[in-house]
Design a protein around this ligand. Structure first.
Ligand code: TYM
Length: 336
């Protein structure tokens, strides 16, 4: 945290839930960019385990997923020495701040959240209050660190907008307390779709494994999935509204190799679909290979991983406490 005051860098915060198996969509839409931001910004990243229990999850799975995701974040390039990397439940201020912010969030605005509606429909037997409160906990995550920039995929933008409303309401009611955060969405990887149903988001918890490419998939698995990816009845490798399969594959290729979609279209103007799909698969394999190798090395020593978690949590708690205390005082709580 020290460098905020000395260097006046802008603050970045983002997080990812340890539910399901992290996908190429999570990687290209979010995680890929996080490691590289540390030179320019003061960055915090979190494994949002408190968010993970809003859907039904087995204890063993939550534990393993949390460790896996934490190691993966290091493997994608987040250096724990240059960033504050931590597990959300290790920093108690998040749950406390969530309770405070609940009282500055209107039921009506929370009810409008698309993800709440979608998840309620998906699991009607478990529409719990935590699921409803989910975006408020997210607002707590963001506002605790006086965040300026929140790098996220497309689907989280509405939640960041809600967070801004809550911050504004609180700041207006008392006096400026929270920085006003802004969502930052990447241009190419912001929404990666399923390879088998290119109208649905590629999701961590999708039951249909063939549609989602996982970050830790083997090269063989990745190639097999791309080979089976749906295309369309046309033959041109071109992005278009009525060609969601090809558009998605072009997006994946562009995000994985760092070219624009237009450049990718040019590169494949004489290709047939089968060879195009192979090339996209190879690009995904190459972008994920070093991540998987680094991940495997990190998972050989879980005790070392826990030490990194501990040190990250201590740094995060120190920063979070400052804002939390400020909020308590403004509201009128007696502090000791
Ligand atoms: P989560 O865990 O669902 O996803 C983590 C990040 O990955 C992005 N993402 C995608 N991007 C492109 N294509 C896809 N198919 C795709 N799927 C997921 C998401 O947009 C996200 O950026 N609520 C958050 C976690 C969170 C958070 C926060 C984020 C908790 N607190 C505070 C920002 C700030 C979530 O569930 O992300």
């Amino acid at each position: 945290m020290e460098n905020t005051t000395t260097e006046n860098k802008k603050r970045v915060f983002s997080a990812i839930k340890p539910t399901g198996n992290p996908t190429l969509g999570n990687y290209l839409g979010a995680m890929k960019y996080w490691g590289g931001m540390a030179d320019e910004y003061d960055c915090l990243y979190s494994v949002a385990d408190l968010h993970a229990i809003t859907v039904s999850i087995e204890p063993k799975e939550l534990r393993e997923n949390t460790k896996r995701l934490f190691a993966l974040l290091i493997a994608v390039g987040i250096d724990p020495e240059k960033n504050i990397l931590f597990v959300q439940s290790h920093v108690r201020s998040h749950a406390e701040m969530c309770w405070l912010l609940n009282n500055y969030t209107m039921f009506g605005e929370a009810r409008r959240m698309t993800q709440f509606k979608e998840k309620s429909e998906k699991a009607p037997e478990n529409v719990n209050v935590g699921l409803f409160d989910y975006p408020v906990l997210m607002a707590a995550d963001i506002l605790l660190y006086q965040t300026d920039i929140v790098p996220v995929g497309d689907d989280q933008v509405q939640h960041v907008e809600l967070c801004r409303n809550i911050a504004e309401r609180f700041n207006n009611r008392y006096s400026p307390t929270f920085a006003m955060p802004k969502a930052q969405v990447t241009t190419t990887g912001a929404r990666i779709y399923s390879l088998l149903d290119p109208t649905a988001k590629m999701g961590k918890s999708d039951s249909n494994d063939g549609g989602s490419v996982y970050i830790l998939d083997t090269p063989d698995d990745i190639m097999r999935k791309f080979k089976r990816a749906v295309t369309d009845c046309d033959t041109k490798v071109k992005a278009a509204k009525d060609k969601p399969g090809i558009t998605n594959l072009l997006n994946i290729y562009a995000a994985a190799t760092g070219v624009t979609v237009a450049q990718a279209e040019k590169e494949f103007e004489n290709s047939d679909y089968a060879s195009f799909k192979m090339r996209v698969g190879e690009a995904a394999v190459e972008v994920l290979r070093p991540v998987r190798e680094k991940y495997e090395a990190l998972r050989r020593d879980d005790n070392a991983l826990l030490e990194i978690m501990k040190s990250g949590a201590e740094k995060a708690e120190r920063a979070a406490r400052k804002t939390l205390e400020k909020a308590y005082k403004k509201i009128g709580f007696v502090r000791l």
